[in-house]
Design a protein around this ligand. Structure first.
Ligand SMILES: [Fe+2]
Length: 466
């Protein structure tokens, strides 16, 4: 039995967000899925998101917004694409068909349109539709969260911040999920470098809801971006019991925790978090967020000269089946780290060749559109680095480094590529590249002072007489 706090048909109508179904059970299940999505937490009592998706379907098979939230969440997961996954493609078709045969509200119709655009890879256009919904319905949390995630994947940091800023005044503290807006806004603020404001907002959110893992995550980012390593370590340890309940975000928060250790050069501590948390959770969930974190961590450690032994091989089991998904270039680049780390030429080639094919005729798919100019050269840079062609790596990345944001993700996640160009420039035989490495390090130190990792790299540059 669903808790009385979940909104039924009447409650949604009262909020100005009516749902086209006569089933109160379906309305409450929609709310239950929404809550789990926003809180990053599968509620076992409810059967988790999966269980609720099955239940909403049973409660009213024709409930369009039930299909929208279920299909939209699969797309947001980025673990499958309509090109590879016929089940997902047919779920999108079913949603559109149902919508065309029903007398829906304009808001619901727009949700269907956005999911359809998203499924075709036209994520920017999908975000436009979600934002149009929010103009009329600023308390539509589903539109806001999809838009938030959409902008994140597009690397549109300012839009991600302003999208939340625009709706905030329309929300009142008594509304369900209100406190979670603070974490979302905080994330937009920190990705646009308003670190102090971001920290304040996140702390307010945590005061209201200590188990809001996205707020914890925002604070973790602030400490990461300001190289406040000790503060970060202390914060993660002191809040661990609160955010580990967020099963969909815990792995990522552990990844942030491990980054502080890598920053300090405490590689054993970082590997311990990798083995006990990141890898274990990634292998269990297979979720893309967990997977890219695991890939990135091993790659960062290897750049630091740490042997990660057979860990790449274990991770390949998760990444290899996704070699031809191409939902995000960001994911592709991380999968490539693993196939290169395993010296699995076949998988590397399969990923690159299938991406090259899609880049030839991108259509309206945004990822394929930027594959030729950004995705493929970045992939090639990883391949060249692996082969010891360091000057080639620099030549490929140098013109792109101010465009890395376009592959999506956070500043902290994309830092792996900024580190890569520095390592490549340091190792290049070309004297110009070596001097360029020094420039990059000075620039890095200026933007993010007191970073032990930057200091180590500066030391290395000195020892190489650069
Ligand atoms: Fe993060």
């Amino acid at each position: 039995m669903l808790a009385a706090s979940f909104r039924d048909c009447k409650a949604w109508e009262v909020e100005g967000l009516p749902l086209t179904t006569t089933s109160n059970e379906a309305c409450k299940l929609y709310d239950a899925i929404l809550k789990q999505y926003v809180t990053w937490r599968n509620d076992e009592v409810l059967g988790g998101i999966e269980g609720c998706m099955t239940a909403v379907q049973a409660a009213d098979p024709n409930f369009v917004m039930g299909h929208v939230i279920s299909t939209g969440l699969q797309l947001v997961g980025t673990g499958s694409s309509v090109l590879q996954d016929e089940k997902l493609a047919s779920a999108v078709r079913r949603t559109v068909e149902l919508a065309s045969s029903q007398d829906l509200t304009p808001r619901e119709r727009m949700h269907v349109k956005a999911v359809e655009l998203f499924s075709r890879g036209a994520l920017g256009k999908a975000c436009d539709v979600w934002e149009d919904i929010l103009v009329e319905h600023p308390t539509d949390m589903l539109a806001l969260k999809f838009s938030h995630d959409g902008f994140f994947y597009l690397g549109e940091q300012i839009q991600m911040r302003d999208s939340v800023a625009r709706v905030l005044p329309y929300w009142k503290p008594h509304m369900p999920l209100y406190s979670y807006l603070k974490g979302m806004y905080s994330f937009g603020l920190l990705e646009t470098r308003f670190y102090d404001q971001a920290e304040k907002l996140a702390k307010e959110g945590l005061a209201l809801t200590p188990e809001d893992g996205w707020c914890t995550h925002a604070v973790a980012h602030v400490h990461e971006m300001k190289a406040e390593v000790e503060k970060g370590l202390k914060f993660m340890a002191s809040t661990e019991k609160d955010w580990t309940v967020c099963d969909m975000l815990a792995c990522h928060n552990y990844w942030h925790w491990a980054l502080y250790h890598i920053e300090k050069g405490e590689y054993e501590a970082a590997l311990k978090i990798y083995d006990e948390q990141v890898s274990r959770r990634c292998l269990k969930s297979g979720a893309m967020l967990d997977t890219v974190d695991a890939c990135s961590m091993l790659y960062r450690l290897e750049m630091e000269g740490v042997s990660v032994k057979d860990r790449y091989r274990e991770l390949l089991q998760v990444t290899e089946p996704h070699s031809e998904d191409h939902t995000l270039l960001f994911n592709d680049l991380h999968f490539l780290m693993v196939s290169l780390g395993c010296k699995d030429t076949g998988t590397t080639q399969r990923l690159l060749e299938s991406l090259r094919e899609l880049a030839k005729e991108p259509g309206e798919n945004h990822q394929f559109q930027i594959a030729e100019t950004i995705g493929l050269p970045m992939c090639q840079a990883l391949v060249e680095y692996d082969q010891g062609n360091y000057s080639k790596t620099v030549e490929l990345l140098k013109p792109l480094r101010y465009h890395f944001t376009e592959i999506g993700g956070s500043d902290a996640q994309r830092d792996v590529f900024s580190q890569l160009i520095i390592h490549a420039a340091l190792k290049s035989e070309d004297k110009y590249h070596q001097r360029f490495a020094r420039c990059l390090l000075v620039e890095r130190d200026a933007a993010r002072p007191n970073s032990p990792l930057t200091d180590r790299l500066i030391q290395r540059a000195h020892s190489l007489h650069i």
